[in-house]
Ligand binder design. Sequence first.
Ligand SMILES: C[S@@+](CC[C@H](N)C(=O)[O-])C[C@H]1O[C@@H](n2cnc3c(N)ncnc32)[C@H](O)[C@@H]1O
Length: 179
Amino acid sequence: MRAASRIEWAVEMIAPQPTDWLLEVGCGHGVAVTGVCEKLVDGRIVAIDRSATMIAAAKQRNADHITAGRAVLETVELAQADFGDARFDAVFAIRVGVFARGVPARELAVVARFLKPDGRFLIFHDEPSGNVEDITGRIEARLTDSRWSVESVRACRVDRSDVVCVIARPGRSENGRPG
Ligand SMILES: C[S@@+](CC[C@H](N)C(=O)[O-])C[C@H]1O[C@@H](n2cnc3c(N)ncnc32)[C@H](O)[C@@H]1O
């Protein structure tokens, strides 16, 4: 599957608004960062990856957007990340294995902490031998284990492979905080 078409569909689904604040987890080479920045005016994307090599490549690719203040890229593992006072309209992750195959409780807690109250987390995933039901089921199980609710699921056939998008919101405790 070409990265471009898979990521083009993801950016279409994220539908960034000009003033949005967005967080990408596991940005790799920063292809989605570029696509998102093209839609931003006063908004910003923070993109992280635990690999310094990937962040170096993503910085090179998005140098103009970084200079313009639209993109901030940082080498950090999600579970260790602290975005200070920033609160995001949407957080997204494309092909980041922990959400489909791992135990992402700590990662989901960080995402919940930094989402705006009406913010959404979009998880995009595809696997060479995976099908929509199987991938969706695994992601949903991990979300509900951490008391998230799944708002909707979309799938797109891109270059003969199925890409799943699970859109979720954190559960909130009575005081309105992620809980
Ligand atoms: C398969 S690549 C996908 C890259 C890009 N999102 C794409 O779709 O082309 C997964 C990326 O997520 C990063 N990653 C995986 N787990 C992570 C975590 N817990 N925190 C931050 N980055 C992570 C990896 O270093 C890698 O660059």
